[in-house]
Design a protein around this ligand. Structure first.
Ligand SMILES: [Zn+2]
Ligand SMILES: [Zn+2]
Length: 216
């Protein structure tokens, strides 16, 4: 976690210095804003893929991922409030580790000689990394009866995963709203039938039925 915060702070400082030394025009500033949003969408989409996979495929007895990923996600359906009782390190430690390579990609992008492109690229990867790293924290806030006031404001404005939006996932058979960072990707993925198509493809190839269909 110290490595994640150290590398993130170093990357952000480098980006700030580049930005200040570079005479950015309005197009570059807009592209940096777009990259920030795309990074958030990528983190939200990634959270949905991991969550959907853990909820529906494989067994809690699988070596490695069974205990580390599948069991916590499925136990979360049984005791949705356990996530609010974890301390900061227990809640976020794994995500800080798996998103560390994304920060490394961001800091590598800042070294690019093309300032505009490097800033846009670094913004995307750093946004992806930071929102990915804080996904469990944001998910936990969606289960808290009394989250911090600023968090409540961000939830109510739709900028962070809200209690009401995420609650729909907790209705058995837990087959919707898998994205748990901001929840922004849930609507578009539902509209194109993304997870349904992926499930049909997996079932067609392997014959395995997703767990939510066995529950419903
Ligand atoms: Zn779930
Ligand atoms: Zn939840």
């Amino acid at each position: 976690m110290a490595l994640f915060f150290g590398l993130t702070a170093t990357t952000a400082k480098k980006m700030y210095d580049y930005f200040m030394s570079y005479n950015a025009n309005s197009t570059t500033v807009c592209l940096i804003g777009v990259a920030l949003v795309l990074g958030i969408l990528a983190a939200d989409f990634g959270s949905g893929i991991v969550h959907w996979g853990a909820d529906n495929w494989g067994s809690v007895n699988l070596p490695g991922v069974g205990a580390a990923i599948i069991r916590p996600f499925r136990h979360h359906h049984v005791d949705a409030y356990a996530i609010t009782r974890h301390d900061f390190l227990e809640l976020n430690g794994n995500n800080f580790i798996v998103t560390l390579p994304l920060v490394w990609v961001a800091v590598s992008a800042v070294k690019s000689p093309d300032n505009a492109l490097s800033l846009v690229s670094a913004t995307f990867w750093l946004s992806f990394a930071v929102f990915g790293a804080f996904t469990n924290q944001i998910h936990s806030w969606a289960h808290m009866k009394n989250p911090p006031m600023l968090v409540r404001v961000l939830q109510n404005s739709g900028l962070l995963l809200s209690r009401e939006h995420h609650h729909l996932h907790h209705v058995r058979p837990h087959d919707c709203n898998y994205c748990i960072t901001t929840g922004w990707m849930n609507g578009p993925l539902r509209a194109i039938g993304f997870f349904e198509a992926a499930e049909r493809a997996i079932t067609g190839v392997t014959g395995v039925i997703p767990l939510h269909k066995q529950l419903s």
